[in-house]
Ligand binder design. Structure first.
Ligand code: ZN
Length: 321
């Protein structure tokens, strides 16, 4: 970036293993002034541009005016994008197994070239989203730690990471269950994992995001359980961390009736993500505690044992009463 160039692109990156509540975080941040939620940009290239899945507004990607304008601003139209090249570059640099390489102080020249080309696609899209939405702040809820490790190398970005954690037993239980994906034209389901596999991914993603914070990337850790019990306080903490200017009047979308918390949510143009992104209007904010009664005790013990060190660090009780 030169001294006369545009200012840095301000990006809030939501990191963590899927089913940890990042969609709720994104939906709540989307209600703040100057914040544009983009959904999971990592999947936008394939699921949005190529497969024409639905935007959070309900339209197919190609029929959404917001994304049409973004594609125009970024690439002169999506037809000008080589989505295959983005997928190829992703395979070359943006994988969990490449994190040790991306965490190093210097990259091998060939990796650096691929990474710079890959980052070019992201910065063009972030810049276009800023331009089209008029919002100075973009939220990318891609979640994968590996993409955050890639983004940290971009001199164009003012990157702030929200590391969303949730009790590993709740996350693993969720991954064992079938969830349908209403995004696609044809009926399909989200992936499922065995409890042990989910525990392994939980350790890897959370451990990697802690490593990223250790490298100096501004990171705020948020527990899903705290967000659900005190949404206004946690959203205010995130806004403060991300330097989003807010005052009390901007929290009117959050409320409670007789102790039951809710948020009033508008539709957002989010590309790809959890099915919860389609819900609008008054949405109940409450913990999903089904795992406490429905998760077989053997599975619970396995996940507890495999994730014990980080569970303790995040102050989750060992015994899930
Ligand atoms: Zn849309």
């Amino acid at each position: 970036m030169t001294g006369t160039g545009p200012g840095p692109l301000r990006v809030i990156y939501l990191g963590g293993l899927g089913r940890s509540g990042s969609t709720l975080v994104e939906r709540l941040l989307a209600e703040l002034p100057g914040v544009c939620p983009a959904g999971e940009v990592v999947h936008m290239w394939q699921r949005g541009v190529v497969e024409d899945e639905r935007c959070g507004c309900g339209e197919p990607f190609s029929g959404c005016g917001f994304w049409r304008d973004v594609g125009q601003a970024a690439f002169g139209g999506w037809a000008g994008l080589d989505a295959g090249r983005v997928a190829e570059l992703r395979g070359a640099v943006d994988r969990t197994r490449h994190i040790p390489l991306l965490a190093a102080p210097v990259l091998p020249p060939r990796v650096r070239r691929d990474l710079d080309e890959y980052l070019g696609y992201y910065t063009r899209v972030y810049s276009a989203i800023t331009e089209v939405s008029g919002c100075p702040m973009v939220v990318d809820s891609s979640k994968h730690a590996s993409l955050a490790f890639c983004l940290r190398w971009s001199p164009r970005l003012d990157l702030r990471v929200i590391h969303v954690v949730r009790d590993s037993r709740a996350v693993a239980f969720s991954w064992t269950r079938k969830v349908s994906r209403p995004d696609a034209a044809r009926a399909s389901s989200m992936a499922t994992y065995s409890p042990a596999t989910a525990a392994g991914h939980w350790n890897a993603q959370n451990g990697a995001l802690q490593l990223l914070a250790g490298l100096g990337v501004p990171t705020l850790r948020v527990r899903y359980e705290d967000l659900v019990s005190s949404p206004a306080a946690i959203v205010a903490r995130i806004a403060d961390f991300a330097r989003i200017e807010t005052d009390a009047s901007q929290f009117g979308f959050l409320g409670a009736d007789a102790g039951a918390r809710w948020a009033d949510l508008r539709a957002a143009h989010t590309a790809s993500g959890n099915p919860m992104r389609f819900t609008t209007g008054r949405v109940a904010i409450r913990r999903d505690e089904r795992w406490r009664t429905a998760m077989p005790s053997g599975q619970r013990r396995t996940v507890t044992a495999l994730t014990a060190p980080l569970l303790a660090q995040y102050r989750y009780p060992w015994r899930a009463a």
